[in-house]
Design a protein around this ligand. Structure first.
Ligand SMILES: *Cc1c(COP(=O)(O)O)cnc(C)c1O
Length: 435
């Protein structure tokens, strides 16, 4: 269980902040972390991230810094880069983006000009804000050509994607989502991008851990660029990275007079175009997480995440809850509540009061407002990091169904589930929380 002496200095010098951190940790330690984009980083990742490296300025890149005293930091950044390249089989890696969205901003800077067309999935169909959504810089500076999973089947239709691409001729295509429970077929996307002469960029923020663990196809061989976060399935610190090919296959077409190849343009987009000094403490935490992800135990973990999601999905469907796309191949379940009286928000709030923490989310073809939606998105990375297996999913499924079936008068069910979950959590060792 939680050790109150985890932060001995903070406890003495600032009991107010200490208490807040402790309360959040205690909350997370007695509830089920089922937000699909969250996970538990290990103590080792947390220690590196919380280390004295936070004090160092390292503007620039290894071997070419704008500050002195960076010999060791060069080694740290190179270690993170080399581990990352090996994990994904990438030609080039940049580990300086401060998170997923800054990584995606740099992608645009590296290969796009303002006003050009970018093919991406709109947010209400499961895309990310940075894929061209209207309120985001990407939708203001570039023109989104939308595509997405079919409202009927919840699945991507590659023939339709090809038709849109042939008609619109985008300069770039994003393949990657925040709410798609199925395998993404990068070979299909690659053929389409090739045919229309577009850059192909995979955003693997949600699934980079599945890919590193061999539980989802790797887009790296198929894509010009791959962007990601490190704090979701990857169990790293909050950060981002960009992988790319070294040479730009469209150099002649788009950058005929430039001396910079694709790798160089990616690096320059991150620094100095968008960012200043990198967070070397976080980069050290990333190196640790990449080291962990290369171990066999992480492969087992990634496959267990998928097995757990499948098992939980089967249980829910057997008990009258529809899933967008009819199931899952990944860490994610998207509950399709379009046929229910209650909204996604009603469901997510009731589940949270019962100790199951997820989020309401639109489903493809949603007719309810984005502030309430008809879906709940949940994932198994967090509870699998606790050590849960398929058998435990039957329990989790029973808790979910008990609360949802009781809506709108779910208070009694919530209270009983909340107690059972708090009790259940004491049986597990939570990474980064429990000794
Ligand atoms: C989470 C996510 C991002 C953004 O990451 P932040 O770290 O929240 O900026 C980008 N793309 C996808 C697909 C994501 O799931």
């Amino acid at each position: 269980m939680l050790k109150s002496e985890r932060y001995p200095h903070l406890k003495v010098t600032d009991p107010e902040v200490y208490d807040l951190i402790y309360r959040q940790a205690a909350y997370e330690g007695s509830t089920l972390k089922m937000i699909a984009s969250e996970n538990y980083a290990s103590f080792s990742v947390l220690e590196a991230t919380g280390s004295s490296l936070t004090n160092k300025y390292c503007e620039g890149y290894p071997g070419a810094r704008y500050y002195e005293g960076n010999a060791v930091c060069d080694e740290i950044e190179n270690l993170a880069i080399n581990r990352l390249k090996a994990l994904f089989g990438a030609e080039h890696a940049n580990v300086q983006p401060l998170s997923g969205s800054p990584a995606n901003s740099a992608v645009y800077r590296a290969i796009m000009k303002p006003g050009e067309k970018v093919m991406g999935i709109p947010v209400d169909f499961g895309g990310h804000l940075t894929h061209g959504w209207k309120v985001n810089f990407s939708g203001k500076d570039y023109v989104q050509v939308p595509f997405g999973p079919s409202p009927e089947t919840g699945v991507l239709d590659y023939d339709q994607i090809r038709e849109i691409a042939l008609r619109e001729r985008p300069r770039m295509i994003w393949c990657g989502t925040t709410a798609y429970p199925r395998t993404i077929h990068y070979d299909r996307f690659a053929a389409i991008a090739e045919e229309v002469g577009a850059y192909l960029v995979a955003d693997i923020a949600h699934i980079s851990g599945l890919i590193a663990g061999g539980a989802h196809p790797n887009p790296t061989p198929y894509c010009d660029i791959v962007s990601s976060t490190t704090h979701k399935m990857m169990r790293g610190p909050r950060s981002g990275f960009i992988l790319s090919k070294i040479e730009d296959r469209y150099q002649e077409k788009y950058y005929p007079t430039s001396k910079n190849n694709l790798a160089k343009r990616v690096d320059r987009a991150v620094f100095p175009t968008l960012q200043g000094g990198p967070h070397m403490n976080v980069i050290a935490g990333m190196a640790v997480a990449f080291g962990e992800a290369a171990q066999d135990s992480f492969k087992d973990y990634a496959h267990q995440v998928v097995k757990n999601a499948r098992k939980l999905g089967e249980y829910l469907m057997e008990h009258g809850i529809r899933l967008a796309s009819g199931g899952t191949d990944t860490h994610m379940l998207l509950l399709d509540l379009r046929d229910k009286e209650y909204t996604g928000k009603d469901a997510a709030e009731a589940l949270a009061r019962g100790g199951i923490i997820a989020n309401f989310n639109t489903v493809p073809g949603d007719t309810r407002k984005p502030t309430v939606t008809s879906g709940v998105r949940m994932g198994t990375p967090g509870i699998t990091s606790m050590g849960m297996k398929e058998d435990d999913m039957l329990k989790v499924g029973e808790w979910i169904v008990r609360i949802l079936n009781a809506l709108p008068n779910s208070e009694t069910a919530e209270n009983s589930v909340r107690k059972e979950i708090a009790d259940f959590c004491t049986q597990f060792q939570i990474p980064g929380l429990d000794d």
